[in-house]
Design a protein around this ligand. Structure first.
Ligand SMILES: *[C@@H]1O[C@H](CO)[C@@H](O)[C@H](O)[C@H]1NC(C)=O
Ligand SMILES: *[C@@H]1O[C@H](CO)[C@@H](O)[C@H](O)[C@H]1NC(C)=O
Ligand SMILES: *[C@@H]1O[C@H](CO)[C@@H](O)[C@H](O)[C@H]1NC(C)=O
Ligand SMILES: *[C@@H]1O[C@H](CO)[C@@H](O)[C@H](O)[C@H]1NC(C)=O
Ligand SMILES: *[C@@H]1O[C@H](CO)[C@@H](O)[C@H](O)[C@H]1NC(C)=O
Ligand SMILES: *[C@@H]1O[C@H](CO)[C@@H](O)[C@H](O)[C@H]1NC(C)=O
Ligand SMILES: *[C@@H]1O[C@H](CO)[C@@H](O)[C@H](O)[C@H]1NC(C)=O
Ligand SMILES: *[C@@H]1O[C@H](CO)[C@@H](O)[C@H](O)[C@H]1NC(C)=O
Ligand SMILES: *[C@@H]1O[C@H](CO)[C@@H](O)[C@H](O)[C@H]1NC(C)=O
Ligand SMILES: *[C@@H]1O[C@H](CO)[C@@H](O)[C@H](O)[C@H]1NC(C)=O
Ligand SMILES: *[C@@H]1O[C@H](CO)[C@@H](O)[C@H](O)[C@H]1NC(C)=O
Length: 493
């Protein structure tokens, strides 16, 4: 302690003299305050004993048990080969219409406060009028409608696969495999910790559903290498996170929304961490987008091979798969050189091929702007994708079995495909589709911005083929569903 203080004060004047000029253009009044300086000298090599600080003995108390233990034990993986005993999404006995008609704004949605003063009596001091769940009613942390139930059940299917997936990658790849991709034993521990987080999320969601909460299933993964595992994780957590943003503010139960937000904040961090492990920019957008439940289910279902007998089924739609022939490969320093269909399989979230030749890979490249090894952030001198890029598309016909026990069937209620819908950040942008054959065509990546200076299309984002260019915004995006022909996941940045 003492030595460090002396070092610091001895060098203070030298640092004050070297105070940097403002580093951000146009930013004045930015002189570094000269009263402190960074420590210098040798870093520690001996650790402890530490100072003894006042403390009392404690125990963790009596937290409720988790629904799944830390490690799920022996697991089996792979495709399902049996015959389903039931097929199709779960349906209500009565379905009232095919589409939801558009209505004018809610007549009570009129509040506008031009003066910024309080307009209504306050219930108690320091507490402005309004809000939901603020009048003293006791919170009930349970789903409160079929909509809530199906949304949280979908979320639970997602948490379960994450628990298995993160553990599976750690189980099938060795420490050496991870090290070859620049990921250390500490990074492996971090992924293991993320898996354990999922046991908590799965327990929370199970509790909010009750006894019909779906259990963990058996999965079928697409990856063959550590890079592909990480790539798959950043894709899977992207649609997991965005799936929740899409429905959370539509839930009947605000209480459920509260706890769900607190778990999805963690999932958002997982998504960003996996991007960093893949050497992608951690968050090349200003806003994370929300997608409808049927989209999240479409992305997730192909990776679930079978579920135990009696597993609660879901009501959401499975759309046909949309493929990007020239999906940019994040393992390349020159993404323009990506070959057609350079992905490991034909499921929409399958990772890009990481087994490209070493002299085309960015993994071990150290040149700034070209490397894509694990890092807090990388610049990409050659972007993965860019506005105006021709994007070639192929898509499947509906009617294919998918999901647990191959017991769901892809379906669309849309007519002929005419538009490509890009869902990213706060925006839905349509570009025209040019057909070039049966189930194939192309479009060009749009240049639309959210606000000036923030290109809407970036990151791991969502693209649908539609039969209309219906105007929709984040809170009514699910009205797109009757118009979706096929659905894909695009690696724009
Ligand atoms: C729906 O129909 C099934 C079969 O006819 C019946 O068993 C069930 O009770 C019905 N459910 C409701 C909520 O009406
Ligand atoms: C969706 O919401 C926007 C307002 O944000 C509205 O202009 C649009 O008409 C709505 N779309 C439909 C199909 O209701
Ligand atoms: C309290 O607010 C809830 C909505 O958050 C409402 O349903 C309920 O009727 C209110 N209760 C009272 C006593 O005003
Ligand atoms: C799925 O298939 C497995 C293996 O055949 C079977 O044990 C299980 O009961 C099936 N699950 C459902 C929900 O039918
Ligand atoms: C997807 O790939 C699998 C395995 O290669 C193959 O069996 C299946 O027919 C393909 N599906 C489609 C729709 O192309
Ligand atoms: C990167 O280097 C490691 C050895 O340090 C090697 O095992 C790995 O195969 C290399 N990856 C590529 C894509 O060249
Ligand atoms: C990284 O990219 C930013 C934005 O394009 C650029 O301003 C900066 O100079 C780049 N940094 C390096 C080290 O290349
Ligand atoms: C990638 O292709 C675009 C469009 O042809 C071109 O403008 C860009 O320069 C290419 N990138 C590189 C690094 O050559
Ligand atoms: C996506 O974001 C990255 C990081 O800010 C940037 O370098 C790239 O140019 C962006 N791509 C597009 C299409 O704007
Ligand atoms: C995309 O489609 C166009 C038009 O059919 C074709 O000329 C082009 O070669 C295709 N590009 C790729 C990468 O498949
Ligand atoms: C993108 O979303 C923002 C925020 O809702 C909106 O103001 C803007 O008009 C949208 N831009 C486009 C191109 O749709």
């Amino acid at each position: 302690m003492l030595t460090r203080t002396i070092y610091a004060s001895a060098l203070l004047s030298a640092f004050a003299a070297a105070a940097p000029a403002p580093q951000v253009a146009g930013y004045t009044d930015a002189d570094f305050p000269a009263s402190v300086s960074e420590p210098t000298g040798q870093p520690a090599t001996v650790f402890g004993p530490d100072s003894q600080v006042p403390a009392i003995p404690t125990a963790p108390g009596s937290a409720p048990p988790r629904r799944s233990s830390d490690v799920t034990g022996a697991t089996s993986h792979g495709p399902y080969s049996g015959t389903p005993t039931t097929t199709g999404a779960v349906m209500a006995n009565t379905t009232l219409a095919k589409t939801i008609p558009a209505l004018p704004p809610n007549p009570t949605a009129t509040y506008y406060n031009k003066d910024g003063v309080l307009l209504h009596p306050a219930p108690i001091p320091y507490t402005p009028n309004g809000g939901l769940g603020t009048n003293g009613t006791e919170p009930r942390y349970m789903v409160n409608s079929d909509f809530d139930f199906e949304s949280i059940a979908l979320g639970l299917y997602q948490e379960w696969i994450e628990l298995d997936l993160f553990n599976n990658g750690l189980a099938v790849f060795s420490d050496e495999d991870f090290l070859a991709e620049g990921l250390t034993a500490e990074d492996r521990s971090y992924i293991a910790f993320m898996a354990i987080q999922e046991t908590g999320h799965a327990t929370l969601l199970s509790n909010m559903l009750g006894e019909a909460a779906p259990p963990q299933c058996t999965y079928n993964y697409p990856f063959r290498t550590v890079r592909e595992f990480i790539d798959f994780n950043q894709k899977l957590t992207r649609f997991g996170e965005s799936g929740v943003w899409g429905f959370i503010n539509h839930l009947d139960s605000r209480e459920v929304g509260q706890l769900l937000a607190q778990s999805i904040a963690t999932e958002a961090r997982q998504q960003m961490s996996f991007r960093q492990m893949l050497g992608l920019h951690p968050m090349p957008v200003w806003f994370e987008t929300g997608i409808p439940q049927s989209w999240a289910w479409t992305y997730l279902a192909p990776y679930i091979s079978e579920c135990p007998a009696g597993t609660t089924r879901l009501a959401w739609q499975n759309f046909p798969a949309l493929h990007f022939v020239n999906q940019p490969n994040p393992n390349r320093f020159s993404p323009n050189d990506t070959q057609p269909n350079e992905v490991v399989g034909n499921r929409t979230s399958d990772p890009s091929d990481s087994t490209i030749p070493a002299d085309e890979s960015c993994v071990n490249v150290t040149a700034v702007g070209y490397g894509c090894g694990p890092a807090i952030a990388h610049n990409r001198s050659e972007p993965l994708s860019f506005p105006g890029k021709q994007i070639n598309l192929t898509w499947e016909n509906p009617g294919l079995p998918v999901g647990p026990n191959n017991s769901y069937i892809t379906a669309t209620g849309a007519g002929q495909p005419q538009f490509v819908a890009w869902v990213s950040q706060l925006n839905l942008t349509y570009t025209p589709l040019t057909l070039t054959g049966d189930n194939e065509g192309f479009t060009y990546q749009p240049a639309s911005e959210v606000y000036q200076g923030d290109p809407a299309v970036n990151g791991t984002m969502f693209v649908a083929l539609t039969d209309s260019d219906l105007f929709l915004t984040p809170f009514n995006l699910s009205m797109i569903n009757p118009h979706v022909v096929a659905l894909g996941l695009y690696q724009a940045g």
